[in-house]
Design a protein around this ligand. Structure first.
Ligand SMILES: Cc1ncc(C[n+]2csc(CCOP(=O)(O)OP(=O)(O)O)c2C)c(N)n1
Ligand SMILES: [Mg+2]
Length: 569
């Protein structure tokens, strides 16, 4: 019996509606909850409803990472669809990462059938009982802005519009919808599914008086400072902030920066260390920074005025975060920077002499800091080489190319020369490792012609479920370049022990407990299992030539490549 064409399963309606609101891809990891989704995909395709491209992703953490990377590259939120509670559990780290970084993901998982018999979709196999939960959404509720369980098939259209609008409202973030199998099997109207989204995201902007307060502080400041962590919001924001920093002679510190706010060699870019800058400043413009400095080690002046610009300047999800905030400017970062910049402009003319002098002084100190970082990196061409040396060589290897570098305990920013707003991404401050490889895959999917390089510690590479990620790279022909900075240990954990117990038992032990990743696997073999181009580098002097060959491979052969680099620090 054929159904009337004006109806479709709830699963099909959800898929079609996702396309209508602007979702290009569904990163999917299926299971026994998926028959109506797979049937819905086929039905919607047969009825010529436009659909997102659904892709098999063999591990959920990779699906979350790819959606994250795709959003960074495009500003467009994507969908991740996984299997019941177990698939959702594997998404938890991705959701934690996305939440803290305001990265919107539409996350779906099935819900095991409620009924034991008597309705299409009811339980058929023991996992129907085994995967039932009292509150499935609780698995990721702290990391999602909104969650809901679909109750009726006819809700599909409205609920997708609502999920999408909430995910993209300021501050952006992940949302979660659980999909019970019986509901997905039911039919609903197929009308209007392709129409435009009916719910606009709410975009916040600062009150004009708050902008005026911020402008007054910046105009009156003698030693203003910008601390930026998540970039300047967009290419336009990046350009405007570059001009603003130059015009006003304001140093920019990229402390633990996840993105660049100005070019790393901008004349006002003074590096990544808040000291001595935060201690000298009488005004600090904090741009999208969760923790703009360390309250324990970077003291600010008691008379220093602090302005925060961010989608959620108080980071209200975080229970404890007490950086002073004399002015909090809420909004999308690029928009707020543009407003500040235009309001500041008219104060410039009468101060041009003072600003020129300040600009000159900051530029001198910035140039010194840059030279010092490069000189230090050059001394790392030792055996084993340092991460800074790898960063310097990579920076030279990609010079003049449109390239994006991701770093997850990988190359440090300091010695690198990166000039575009999307040239640099670091792992989220939630630190859920295993991020860089799949995020690079998502970015490459969005930008097939861009050179995308994921640099990772050996531990981070293993956290990424590398077999799954290499499979995706080969299956989808995503020519990412992976640099594994391999020190055969979790160096960051070692460092955290030394920070707290510098002369303790662990520091003095021949072998520090819980640090070693020896024997180190041959990572080239892992990549070769999916037919990647690979190389291993132990000798610092060989690195430039290997990087150049690897870049030639990914750009000309358009297949992925991995270089396993033995590093010391
Ligand atoms: C999922 C997850 N598990 C554990 C940690 C704790 N952790 C933070 S850094 C780190 C070590 C990372 O090792 P690697 O990538 O090899 O870089 P290295 O520190 O050696 O430079 C670990 C285990 C984490 N951040 N995320
Ligand atoms: Mg390591």
């Amino acid at each position: 019996m054929t159904e009337p064409p004006a109806t479709i399963t709830a699963a099909g309606a959800i898929l079609a509606r996702l396309k209508a609101v602007g979702v290009d891809y569904i990163f999917a990891n299926s299971g026994t909850d998926f028959p109506p989704i797979i049937e819905g995909l086929a039905e919607a395709a047969a009825k010529k409803l436009p659909l997102p491209t659904a892709i098999v992703i063999p591990h959920e953490s990779a699906a979350m990472g790819m959606a994250y990377g795709y959003f960074l590259a495009t500003g467009r939120a994507q969908a991740v669809m996984v299997h019941t509670n177990v698939g959702l559990a594997n998404c938890a780290i991705g959701a934690i990462n996305a939440a803290i970084e305001h990265n919107p993901v539409l996350l779906f998982s099935g819900r095991t059938p409620v009924l034991e018999k008597g309705r299409l979709g009811a339980r058929t196999v023991p996992i129907g009982w085994g995967q039932e939960m009292r509150d499935q959404a609780a698995l990721i509720r702290e990391a999602s802005k909104w969650d809901y369980e679909l109750r009726y098939p006819e809700q599909a259209l409205d609920i997708i519009d609502r999920a999408y609008a909430i995910a993209l409202s300021t501050p952006k973030g992940p949302v979660y919808l659980s999909l019970p199998r019986e509901v997905l099997c039911e039919r609903c109207s197929a009308e209007d599914l392709a129409g435009p989204g009916r719910m606009a995201p709410a975009v916040a902007a600062p009150a004009p008086s708050a902008l005026d307060d911020a402008v007054k502080i910046l105009v009156e400041a003698k030693q203003p400072l910008i601390v930026a962590q998540r970039g300047a919001g967009s290419a336009e924001g990046f350009a405007i902030l570059s001009d603003l920093a130059s015009a006003w002679g304001i140093p920019v510190v990229h402390y633990w920066a996840l993105q660049l706010a100005v070019a790393s060699d901008h004349p006002m870019a003074v590096g990544t260390d808040p000291l001595p800058w935060v201690s000298e400043a009488d005004a600090i413009l904090v741009i999208d920074a969760l923790a703009p400095w360390s309250r324990a080690t970077h003291p600010v002046r008691t008379d220093c005025k602090v302005i925060h610009v961010a989608p959620d300047p108080l980071y209200s999800r975080i229970p404890v975060r007490n950086f002073p905030a004399d002015v909090s400017l809420v909004g999308e970062v690029a928009d707020v920077i543009a407003s500040l910049s235009s309001k500041l402009r008219r104060y410039r003319a009468t101060r041009s002499g003072m600003l020129a002098e300040r600009r000159k002084q900051v530029a001198e100190r910035a140039a010194e800091a840059r030279t010092a970082a490069i000189v230090k990196a050059e001394t790392g061409a030792s055996a084993p080489m340092t991460k800074a040396w790898v960063g310097l060589c990579l920076s030279r290897a990609i010079e003049g190319r449109r390239a994006t570098v991701l770093s997850e305990l990988g190359c440090p920013l300091e010695p690198m020369t990166l000039g575009e707003h999307d040239a640099w991404y670091q792992e989220p401050h939630s630190g859920g490792l295993g991020w860089a490889f799949p995020a690079a895959l998502g970015m490459q999917l969005a930008q097939p012609d861009r050179l995308i390089i994921a640099t990772m510690g050996d531990g981070s590479y293993m956290f990424a479920n590398p077999v799954a990620c290499h499979q995706i790279a080969e299956a989808m022909r995503l020519p990412v370049l992976l640099l594994v900075l391999n020190n055969a240990e979790w160096r960051a954990v070692r460092q955290s022990v030394l920070d707290i117990y510098p002369t303790g038992y662990a520091a003095r032990a021949n072998t520090m407990p819980l640090i070693s990743l020896e024997p180190s696997p041959d990572f080239t073999k892992v990549a070769q299992a999916s037919r990647a181009w690979t190389a291993r580098v132990d000798n610092a002097a060989e690195l430039p030539a290997v990087l150049s060959a690897a870049i030639d491979h990914v750009t000309m052969q358009r297949s992925h490549a991995l270089v396993d680099i033995r590093v010391g620090g």
